[in-house]
Design a protein around this ligand. Structure first.
Ligand code: HEC
Length: 185
């Protein structure tokens, strides 16, 4: 049973080394020091696999409904644009300072970026809905489902589908809040 002993011992040494590293304080915790490419890849895969699995069975409403679009716009402008930007605004303190960085959702085109190409449109919508509702651990992305119902979140997903195609003027029009809705906050 020599092999078993060697395996057990190496396991112990590894756990010991990992624990030592955690307690040593050597890990660079600052948001201004990026992950190594390997760590980044592992975390990205962990995130995407988890979200794909958790969002697989969500039912997507008709996102072309103009009412959804109109109610999602003002919410996006007030709650999201500071991090995720808007037409005519390509950076902010949040977009520069957060790590991982919030993607510029006014520019994002799923089909242009392999790592963000999540198959069909419905799957992309499920993914966005899930992320907005539940947030992403250990990143600046909050879970908006704590304070907003599903209809309101789908409305933001509907708006996100159109956002990359909007000009600055169209953005201003679609995100202006009508008087009757201004008591949301
Ligand atoms: C405080 C900054 C911040 C705010 C405010 C914020 N987000 Fe995020 N969001 C992030 C960060 C950071 C990520 C990336 C997390 C990661 O890569 O793990 C993210 C990721 C996302 C993604 C996934 C993007 C992709 O394709 O990978 C979506 C969709 C999203 N946010 C939508 C929203 C919406 C809608 C709102 C407003 C209701 C919002 N976010 C508000 C920081 C923010």
């Amino acid at each position: 049973m020599k092999l078993v002993r060697v395996v057990l011992l190496s396991g112990l040494v590894l756990v010991g080394a990992a624990t030592g590293y955690v307690y040593s304080g050597l890990y660079p915790m600052g948001a201004d020091v990026p992950h190594s490419p390997l760590t980044y890849k592992v975390l990205e895969t962990l995130r995407e696999r988890s979200i794909a699995r958790a969002s697989a069975d969500l039912e997507v409403p008709n996102l072309d409904n103009p009412e959804l679009l109109l109610s999602g716009g003002p919410d996006y402008n007030e709650m999201c644009a500071s991090c995720h930007l808007q037409p005519g605004r390509s950076q902010s303190d949040m977009s520069m300072g957060l790590y991982p960085a919030p993607p510029d959702l006014s520019e994002f085109h799923g089909e242009e970026n392999d790592s963000r190409d999540h198959g069909d449109k419905a799957q992309a919508a499920r993914r966005q809905f899930w992320i907005i509702k539940h947030g992403i651990k250990a990143s600046g992305m909050p879970a908006w489902g704590m304070t907003h119902d599903d209809d309101r979140i789908w409305a933001m997903v509907a708006f996100l589908q159109k956002l990359p195609d909007l000009t600055q003027v169209q953005y201003q029009i679609l995100t202006a809040r009508g008087d009757e809705a201004s008591d949301h906050h």
